[in-house]
Design a protein around this ligand. Structure first.
Ligand code: FES
Length: 110
């Protein structure tokens, strides 16, 4: 992937993202989860790879992972890596830029 394959979308004001929590935004027609952690803002797909559950209804744990509300699978927020059963597939992550108090998410071309 090259930088030109990525489209940047303005998704939120930084001040609108609660620290240590997750919120959902629709970006380029897909649900995206935004997390404000101690070292910055991160973005992943919002839908669990195990079933049709929104991770935005789950819990951010220890500034590291997101727990799915349906079967309690956990993903590493920064890498998207599936950390435990019943998850078998990792979660897509998306690059984030914070500029002048605005949060932008990069979505790769399909
Ligand atoms: Fe997320 Fe099953 S739907 S762990």
């Amino acid at each position: 992937m090259t930088a030109s394959d990525t489209t940047w979308h303005d998704v939120a004001a930084l001040d609108d993202l609660p620290e240590g929590d997750v919120v959902e935004r629709e970006v380029a027609g897909r649900p995206i989860a935004l997390y404000r952690l101690s070292d910055g803002v991160f973005a992943t797909d919002a839908t669990c790879t195990h079933g049709n559950a929104s991770l935005c209804g789950g819990f951010v744990e220890d500034d590291v992972s997101i727990e799915c509300p349906l079967h309690q699978g956990r993903f590493d927020i920064r890498s998207g890596r599936a950390l435990c059963a019943p998850l078998e597939a990792d979660l897509a992550i998306h690059p984030v830029r914070v500029e002048a108090g605005r949060v932008r998410v990069g979505i790769a071309a399909a």
